[in-house]
Structures are given as structure tokens and as C-alpha cells.
Design a protein around this ligand. Structure first.
Ligand code: ADP
Ligand code: MG
Length: 441
């Protein structure tokens, strides 16, 4: 069965990923429980990579294939000859597993790097974990993809779990699935028991409540019950409550009752510290030059870090080479290249036009009006940063007679980035929006 599942997984992911990671998994036919599926992999990095990317998919495939979900356990194969030394197991629970195993045990406060970009949310989460239900209820954390929202929220959960409290972690999607299933099976009392009788309810990515009227209704009652009993609620979202379209007013106001804390993209120093932390956790040794390199090439989405580390680690094992800067550059070239291949100047123009509220044609015109000039400068800068276009090519695109304006603009923007923190944040946001866009087809 395990092999069938892996075959099914093959259909869902790219061949490269399959060959590089999934092929290294072997299914253990005898597990200690029938609702458990154990796979072995060669090292902790691959384990964590597979866990993050595929464990819930695998659990789901088991459900499709056998009708019952399984807890998926990715284990590190014991090295031959080294007695009793194996890496930490990485576990993800299926949809109906024991409540606590829904949390990632690595998402702790100790493993979270606090820096000025996330300091506020971090401090808020910390104090909620110390005095649940008493300080900020609900705690609402919002910010872009990969900035650590889930990690922080689960850190609160992990603290409370250790104190023997009942913690429920769920996504809006799963909340909806649970709700409809229990409704259909007429087991709503079990649904209510699960969500209303816990000490801490963690709901991830509530922006997906948008326009789901019936779910919002149910969620509202869950919320009211828990809050009236002084039970802690923590929510995350990619945007603040008032910007979630199609969210009932009463929910919006309740989301704002406690504390709304945002997480900003990390500054370079924080990124470096996060990479070092991840190295430590995953037992990868990298020189400072490699760490700095990774910090400057990744975008603000810290989610990439683990993928990059596991790739470096896997490559270095495969090729019996140490991870030097050159080695890292080579190993990551393909990945970084792929990214920049997908970015075109038209994509950049579209995003900037939308975000800064001007028309692409205006950006390319000769207009000297202030906001258009500003948009044009940003477009020039990002085109240079994100595409392989040369300065003369960019000048030509914007109908300029030579590249001196482009070069002048680059200098100007670099200077602004150094002087103006707000400007830097804005540019970062645009940068992220552009690199997060799906490739144009
Ligand atoms: P989000 O939920 O905001 O999309 P996640 O919480 O899933 O982001 O974080 C993505 C990855 O980045 C996780 O592996 C997480 O541990 C890591 N991460 C993000 N921010 C930090 C941080 N400040 N310190 C340590 N790890 C972080
Ligand atoms: Mg998340």
C-alpha cells in the first residue's frame, strides 16, 4: 500500500521533486498501529522537507485509497553501525488525529527569531501564552506568506500543550470540512465538542472565511462560546480584519476586540538569524558567507529556507563535497534562475500599475506628473533587479534615448532605500508581489 501511495503522489508533484526527494522514501510495512503509516528517509532535512511538503497530501491519499486517514510519520533511517543514533521524527496528523499532534513540535518560541519586523507579534504571542484568555483575546496576527504566522500561533499552542491544556489547531478549510461532514452525519454535537470545549483555539488563515456565510455563522457561535468562557482564541490572516472582503461586520469587530498585530518582512539581519536557526535545528553546518548569500538571494518568504537547506545538504552528501559558497551558488542556480525566468517586464508593469494606481501606458509615457514619475522609477529599478534586461534594453522599453536616465534612477532608488525605511518596505512588498506571481503562460 505504501508504494501505491507513493505512485499516486508521483502524479501530483513534479518529476524533479519526485526523483530528488520522494524516491528516497521507503515505506515500513509494519507500524505499531494500524492508523499509522511510517516512511523512512536518509536524513533529518529530507524528513522535514517531506513532512512540510507532502505529509498532509500523503495522509489524504491514504484516506482516498483506504477510506481512513492515517497519521503519517516520516522517520530518519538509522545509520548502519551507529547504534541508537537517529534523527528526530517528524509527524503530521491526519484530519481526525489526536488534537495535539496537529501542532508542529518545532514551532516553538525558542525556535523563533525575534527581530524588529516581528517583535510586536512575537511579544503579543508570548504574553498570550503566559496568560491565556486574560490579555489579548482574540489575538489576531496578520502578514504576508512565509513570515512566521503559523509558527508563532503554534508556539502558543506548544506552550499550553506542555501544561496539559486542550489545544485545537485548524485551518478555515478544515473547519469547513469538519462542519459540513458533521452536519451531514448529524453529529454536530461532536463538532461542537471539538471546537467549543478546548482551552485554546488556533485558526489559521482566516482570510479564507471571506464570503463563506454559513461557516461564518457557525464560527461566530464558536467564537462567542469560547470567549465568554475566557478561553483563548488566536487567528492569523494575510490581511487585517477590515480588509477581509465578505466578512460579516460582527466577526470583523470581534476580530479587532483583542489585539491585532502585524508581521513585516524580515530585515537582512533577521533573515540571517533565521537561516542560522534553521541550520542549527536541521544540523547543517554553513559558513557565514553561504548564510549571507542565501539571505540576500531569497525573498522575504522564509518558507524557502528549509527547501534550500535540504537541497544543499542533499547535494553535498550526494557529491561528497563541502558546502562552500561556490558550491551553494551552483546548487541553487537552477532554482533561482527558474524564478527570474518567470518574471517579465510586463508582469512587473502590471503589478506596479495595480498597486500604485496608475496605468501601464502612463508609466511608459513621458508624463512628468509626480505619481507617474514615481511609478516609472520603481518600474525601472525592479526591472533591473528582477529581469535579465540590461540598462539600454530598459531605456528602450521606456522610450528613452539612452540609458543614462536608467542609471541615474538606479542610483536614486538605492539612495532612497537607504534613507527611507517606509520606502524600503513598499519596495519589498512590490518585490514580493512580483516574485510570488505565477509564471505567465
Ligand atoms: P506563514 O504562516 O506566515 O506563512 P510560517 O509560520 O509557515 O509562515 O513560516 C514559514 C517558515 O519560516 C517556517 O518554517 C517557520 O519556522 C519559518 N520562520 C518564519 N519566521 C521565522 C522566524 N522569525 N524565526 C524562525 N523561523 C521562522
Ligand atoms: Mg501559515
Amino acid at each position: 500500500i505504501g508504494d501505491t501511495i507513493l505512485e499516486m503522489l508521483k502524479e501530483e508533484i513534479s518529476e524533479v521533486e519526485y526523483n530528488r526527494y520522494v524516491k528516497q522514501m521507503s515505506f515500513l510495512s509494519k507500524a505499531s498501529r494500524s492508523d499509522l503509516a511510517v516512511f523512512e528517509v536518509p536524513n533529518p532535512l529530507i524528513a522535514s522537507w517531506i513532512k512540510n511538503r507532502y505529509a498532509s497530501k500523503i495522509a489524504h491519499l491514504f484516506e482516498i485509497k483506504t477510506g481512513t486517514g492515517r497519521e503519517v510519520n516520516i522517520r530518519v533511517k538509522k545509520a548502519k553501525g551507529v547504534a541508537g543514533k537517529s534523527g528526530p521524527a517528524a509527524t503530521v496528523a491526519p484530519s481526525e488525529g489526536p488534537k495535539h499532534s496537529m501542532l508542529n513540535p518545532a514551532y516553538t518560541f525558542e525556535n523563533f527569531v525575534a527581530g524588529s519586523s516581528n517583535q510586536f507579534a512575537y511579544a503579543a504571542a508570548k504574553s498570550v501564552s503566559e496568560r491565556p484568555g486574560q490579555v489579548y483575546n482574540p489575538l489576531f496576527i496578520y502578514g504576508g506568506v512565509g513570515l512566521g504566522k503559523t509558527h508563532l500561533m503554534q508556539a502558543i499552542g506548544n506552550v499550553m500543550l506542555l501544561q496539559g491544556k486542550t489545544v485545537v489547531y485548524t485551518s478555515v478549510e478544515q473547519f469547513v470540512n469538519d462542519f459540513t461532514r458533521h452536519l451531514r452525519n448529524q453529529t454536530m454535537d461532536r463538532f461542537k465538542e471539538k471546537y467549543r470545549q478546548c482551552d485554546l483555539l488556533l485558526i489559521d488563515d482566516v482570510q479564507f472565511l471571506s464570503n463563506k456565510i454559513q461557516t461564518q455563522e457557525e464560527f461566530f457561535h464558536t467564537f462567542e462560546t469560547l470567549r465568554s468562557e475566557g478561553k483563548q482564541i488566536v487567528l492569523t490572516s494575510d490581511k487585517p480584519p477590515k480588509r477581509i472582503a465578505g466578512l460579516e461586520a460582527r466577526l470583523q469587530s470581534r476580530f479587532e476586540w483583542g489585539l491585532v498585530a502585524d508581521i513585516q518582512p524580515p530585515e537582512l539581519e533577521t533573515k540571517i538569524a533565521i537561516i542560522k536557526k534553521k541550520c542549527e535545528i536541521n544540523r547543517v553546518i554553513l559558513g557565514d558567507d553561504v548564510v549571507n548569500y542565501i539571505a540576500t538571494v531569497i525573498d522575504n518568504n522564509t518558507r524557502e529556507i528549509e527547501g534550500i537547506l535540504s537541497k544543499l545538504h542533499a547535494y553535498s552528501q550526494l557529491m561528497h563535497q563541502e558546502i562552500t559558497l561556490d558550491f551553494a551558488k551552483n546548487a541553487l542556480r537552477e532554482q533561482l534562475q527558474e524564478k527570474s525566468d518567470n518574471i517579465s517586464i510586463d508582469g512587473i508593469m502590471k503589478t506596479i500599475a495595480k498597486e500604485l494606481n496608475v496605468k501601464p501606458s502612463e508609466i511608459r509615457s513621458k508624463s512628468r506628473s509626480r505619481n507617474i514619475v514615481a511609478a516609472r522609477r520603481v518600474a525601472i529599478y525592479l526591472a533591473r533587479e528582477l529581469t535579465p534586461m540590461s540598462m539600454p534594453q530598459i531605456a528602450q522599453y521606456f522610450g528613452m534615448k539612452d540609458h543614462s536616465t536608467v542609471s541615474h534612477t538606479m542610483k536614486k532608488i538605492h539612495q532612497l532605500l537607504e534613507e527611507d525605511e517606509n520606502f524600503k518596505v513598499k519596495i519589498n512588498e512590490l518585490h514580493n508581489k512580483i516574485t510570488a506571481m505565477p509564471p505567465e503562460t
